[in-house]
Design a protein around this ligand. Structure first.
Ligand code: ZN
Length: 449
């Protein structure tokens, strides 16, 4: 029997030998918003047919998902799963607390120092289950807890990475492990004691670790933490390695103005310019700038053709600032979304805040519309295929023939949507809703909730 709070999936698993069809009220198939979507999934979890309306030769098993929207599973491009544990612990102001990003970081560092392999597994598993409940089927974990609290490697130097991998496997969510390289507290400054467990000591030691994981088939991204934490020469080496192997590259970029000031003092240029100069922006595999908030005009040009991952609930929580999303889109940057600190695990809220912050900033409406003027659809695209592209998994993020069936359903009977014409429900979901109406979730054809 399924334990309380878990979904009993046996009814679905008995049927994995044959093609199964799913139907719903409305859905997004590829780029088409259709009534009565019909999707057939083979025993390997791959979509083998996707069309509007029932075909003349449906397979024997057809699951009617009912009065629901069938949407692609969302792709979360930036997560620190362990930070979910402190979401209730950073909201009381101390007498001498500057109440800034940097004081929040002290609370986060205390949590980072406290974890052992078992507790890291537990908090990560709980966070990934929350993601699945929110319709997220793939996560990019920007993982920087590598070694024991004093900085010494565990017997297996990948011990903590393996706990993250295991948590994803147990939860049943897809994982791209964005392995972080971290070297220092800032220009010319040794890592602080609480940063030692983030540090591999050399690029070679870091690459040895990720070579092992890649050899085991783990989806890996190369992630210099930030230009503050990684010196110029290491950025060059990491970019060269990621380029040679076509791996996606991610870094925190210009989240706080102080990072820009320090970069200017050390290198005489902006963080984005330094990343361009060290080859991070001109290589196969693609580059994702996480945050990219405090930019100069030249930075937008340098980021053209790359990706920016916005994390608006975290950026609001930490007082980072507002992502200039309109300027990014105008420069040809593809956007993605991340739940980052996981204080909120809900990409629908992230998407809505991305648009709403832009409305507040520009004092206008319908800022992030696609060429057809659709905002809700565009936000869903950012939450699905935007993340898939950022994580180097372009086969994900859409329901289409040949792709894994990663999908979620939105219950149109949910109180937040029940009064609506299904044709308007997607805009209502993306622009006035949350992930609460997410009902069923599939990863590779397997039901996860
Ligand atoms: Zn982050």
């Amino acid at each position: 029997r399924a334990r309380e709070g878990e979904v009993d999936l046996r009814d679905m698993s008995q049927e994995t030998q044959s093609v199964i069809a799913y139907t719903a009220a409305h859905g997004l198939l590829g780029d088409a918003w259709v009534a009565a979507p019909h999707v057939e999934v083979d025993a390997d979890g791959i979509v083998v047919r996707a069309q509007a309306g029932t075909p003349h030769d449906p397979p024997p098993i057809v699951h009617d998902l009912g009065r629901a929207l069938l949407l692609p599973g969302m792709v979360n491009a930036h997560s620190h799963a362990f930070q979910r544990g402190i979401r209730g612990a950073t909201h009381v102001r101390g007498a001498h607390d500057p109440s800034s990003f940097w004081s929040w970081r002290e609370a986060m560092y205390r949590a980072a120092a406290s974890h052992d392999p078992d507790t890291l597994f537990a908090v990560t598993l709980a966070c990934y289950r929350d993601m699945l409940r929110a319709g997220i089927t793939c996560v990019g974990e920007f993982h920087y807890l590598h070694h024991s609290p004093d900085g010494r490697p565990y017997a297996d130097p990948n011990e903590l990475s393996r706990q993250v991998i295991r948590a994803a496997e147990v939860a049943g969510i897809r994982l791209v492990l964005l392995e972080v390289f971290y070297a220092r507290a800032g220009a010319g400054r040794e890592p602080l004691p609480e940063q030692r467990r983030f540090c591999d000591g050399s690029v070679d030691a870091y690459l040895r670790r990720i070579e092992v994981l890649r050899g085991e088939g783990v989806h890996i991204g190369v992630a210099p933490h930030s230009v503050r934490a990684v010196p110029r020469a290491a950025l060059q080496e990491l970019a060269a390695y990621a380029g040679r192997h076509g791996l996606p590259m991610h870094a925190h970029v210009s989240e706080q103005p102080q990072e820009n000031v320090e970069c200017m003092a050390e290198h005489g240029c902006s963080p984005t310019a330094l990343l361009a100069e060290t080859g991070c922006l001109t290589r196969p595999g693609g580059f994702t700038a996480v945050h990219a908030i405090h930019l100069e005009a030249a930075d937008f040009i340098a980021l053209a053709g790359q990706q920016v991952c916005a994390c608006p609930t975290t950026e609001a929580d930490l007082g980072d600032g507002i992502i200039p999303a309109t300027e990014h889109l105008r420069s040809g940057v593809l956007l993605a979304l991340g739940s980052d600190s996981n204080a909120v695990v809900d990409l629908i809220q992230e998407a809505r805040l991305l648009e709403m912050h832009e409305r507040l900033r520009t004092r206008s409406r319908l800022c992030l519309a696609d060429p057809d003027g659709q905002v809700g659809r565009n936000l869903l695209d950012i939450a699905t295929r935007g993340g898939a592209a950022a994580l180097g998994r372009p086969e994900l993020g859409r329901i289409r023939v040949g792709a894994p069936f990663d999908a979620c359903t939105i219950d149109l009977g949910h109180p937040s949507l029940a009064d609506l014409d299904p044709a308007q429900a997607l805009d209502a979901l993306m622009l006035s809703g949350t992930a609460a109406p997410v009902d069923r979730v599939f990863v590779g054809g397997q039901r996860r909730r």
